[in-house]
Structure formats: C-alpha cells, structure tokens
Design a protein around this ligand. Structure first.
Ligand code: CIR
Length: 260
C-alpha cells in the first residue's frame, strides 16, 4: 500500500520563504481548497493520505517533501537550508517513525528534500542555495549500505532540483534544461518542457500515475505525445510560495523493502 504524508496549509503561508519569486498575496482559502483537491487526487489513485495538523506558526510547513527523504529501507530527516523551516522536522519524524528507521542530516550539512530525486538505486542531489556539499556527503554515507549511488547535480536559476527535473515514467524524466544540464541523466529518455512554461518540470509520479498542473498545457501536450496521460491538479496558489506538486507530500510504500 502507498501512504502519503501531507500537512494542512498554514495560516501563516503569506510569510513563506521566497527565493526566485516576488511576494504576491496568497489566498489562504483557495490554497487550502487546492490542497484538499490534491489530497483527493492522491486518494483517487489509491494512496492512503495521512494529513498532519496545521502548524500555524510554520509558514512553509505544507511543503513536507523538504523535511525527509523516504527510501524503501530508511528515512533521512533533513536539516532544511532555511532556518525558518527547521522546526518542521519533529512532527514529520513522529509521523514517519512507525514506518522506517530514522537517520538525520547533521550540521554543517543543510539539505531540502526538494533537491533529492530518487530513481531506482540512483539518487540525484541538487547543489542549491538550500543543499550543500556536506549534506550530500552525509546522504552518500547513509545510503551506500543500502546499495544507492549519489550523484551531485549543479543547478542554476531555480530553487530545487525537482523544480528542474522529475520522473514521469519508469525510464523517462521531464526536464527544464535551462536550469539543469540533461547530460546528468544519460540513462533516461528526456522530455523537455516547453520553454514558455519554465515552472512546468515538476510532475508527481505516484503508483504509475502522473499528477500534473493544468497551468502548463504546452508541456502537458508533450507528456501526452509520449503516451503519458496526467491527472490534472491545480496547485497555482501554492505556486506563489514557490511550491509545486511533489513538495506537498512524502509518499512511500508500506510493503517490505526489496533487497539491494
Ligand atoms: C521554501 O522556500 O522553502 C518554500 N517557500 C517553498 C518550498 C517548496 N518545496 C519544494 O519545492 N520541495
């Protein structure tokens, strides 16, 4: 069974961290409606959603993806790059503890889950304003015993690695090659986003289904042309907080881990 941990949108979302976007007002009710529709979309593809209570004083706490890397064998709790986000960790750790052994990124390492893309036994880790070399070295040491390889990836112009590349099918990645060099991913078929839709590389692959935003129709056509028929989920209000689809959940299987 697949489980998704999510968290209700904080009433303080308008005080969120921003790196590449100008601040514009976020309509809390609209953000919450869209977030509930996102949770419903996950349920519709067979995922059991475990929604954590709102954290009124943690503006970015809806973006649970940044707080943990959930592998089949263990969890690596992050040490988020933004100091304002570090208090998000304890409640996510409590939710994950029944499911996996927990490890923790330690200072001076900083890492956001949005910078980590896991494809089979390969872990791509973005060096970003949030994720540093010390954390990537720790990620490598923690995951090596489980048979994973970690490859560092340089980014430019975006917040996180998964702003620029996500997996959309077993052998296929959706890439914004202005933000990440696609030669990092030679083993995969690449679908390029449409250049008029720079934020469109963040799709959520879950149990063979792809959740995708209707705001990016031209890139959506490219997915369709590749035989990928996404389920459309609007996350535009959280987009004003630099969030997208992968950021709002931590998804994992409760089935026993395969051996490496
Ligand atoms: C932040 O800057 O941390 C939040 N406003 C947005 C985080 C989005 N997370 C993600 O893409 N994984």
């Amino acid at each position: 069974m697949l489980v998704a941990i999510t968290r209700a949108v904080s009433r303080s979302i308008n005080e969120c961290e921003l790196t590449h976007l100008e601040r514009s007002p976020i309509d809390l009710e609209r953000a919450r409606l869209q977030h509930r529709a996102y949770e419903q979309a996950l349920r519709s593809v067979g995922v059991q959603v475990q929604s954590l209570p709102e954290e009124p004083d943690l503006p970015d706490s809806v973006f649970v993806e940044d707080i943990a890397i959930v592998l089949a064998e263990c969890v690596l709790l992050t040490r988020p790059g933004a100091i304002s986000r570090r208090a998000e960790t304890s409640s996510v750790a409590a939710a994950l503890a029944p499911h996996r052994e927990l490890f923790q990124i330690l200072a001076p390492g900083t890492l956001d889950g949005g910078d980590v893309l896991v494809v089979d036994r390969m872990i791509y880790a973005g060096l970003s304003s949030r994720t540093n070399q010390a954390a990537i070295d720790q990620l490598r040491s923690f995951t090596r015993p489980f048979g994973y390889s970690v490859k560092e990836v340089h980014l430019s112009g975006c917040l996180h690695l998964k702003s620029s590349v996500t997996q959309v099918a077993t052998e296929t990645l959706l890439v914004n090659s202005s933000w990440v060099d696609k030669s990092n991913f030679p083993a995969y078929k690449i679908i390029e986003i449409h250049p008029s839709e720079p934020y469109s590389a963040n799709a959520l692959l879950v149990g063979g289904n792809v959740l995708y935003q209707p705001a990016y129709p031209r890139t959506g056509e490219r997915l369709e042309a590749a035989g990928i028929h996404p389920l459309l989920v609007d996350a535009s209000e959280l987009g004003k907080a630099e969030g997208a689809l992968t950021c709002c959940s931590l998804i994992f299987s409760t089935d026993p881990a395969p051996s490496a």
